[in-house]
Write a protein that binds this ligand. Structure first.
Ligand code: ZN
Length: 150
């Protein structure tokens, strides 16, 4: 029922090149594209937007100085946007819907568990037949909120 959990193995090129299940399981193209772009850091979150944009003096902007556009964190990261940001009601509502859907399938994945283990959960959902599409829809909905450059 929970699918097979297979992580990327740093010493195995086969695991890196293997077709990831979400590419097959996420059937809505817009959701799959949003998830793929999110995973490849091709998005408008400040953590990536300020990575390549130096200050006027040419210095790099430290990660902890790439703030959330909604004003509730010093870094607008992927984990912050998905699981921690409380800066806008619409985002909190989308997260509640997502977490309710996850918990209906995996009862041990409470909101607290997900917030405490966000990377583990993302990897698990990517490999899971039912949760991959749910994660992809959630990422799509959240990236719409963060759709423009900060
Ligand atoms: Zn925020």
């Amino acid at each position: 029922m929970f699918g097979t959990l297979i992580y990327l193995q740093p010493d195995s090129i086969q695991s890196t090149l293997r077709l990831r299940p979400y590419l097959r399981n996420v059937t809505i193209p817009a959701h799959r594209k949003a998830l793929f772009r999110f995973l490849c850091a091709d998005h408008y979150l400040a953590v990536e937007q300020y990575r390549t944009a130096p200050r006027r003096n040419g210095e790099k902007i430290p990660v902890d100085q790439r703030p959330c556009r909604y004003g509730d964190a010093c870094t607008e990261s992927e984990v912050h946007a998905l699981f921690l940001c409380n800066g806008i009601d619409k985002l909190v509502e989308q997260r509640t819907i997502f977490m309710d859907r996850v918990k209906a399938i995996v009862p041990s994945h409470t909101p607290e568990f997900i917030r405490d283990n966000p990377i583990l959960c993302i990897h698990f959902y990517l490999e899971h037949k039912a949760l991959g599409p749910i994660l992809a829809k959630f990422v799509y909905d959240i990236m719409v909120i963060f759709i423009s450059p900060c």
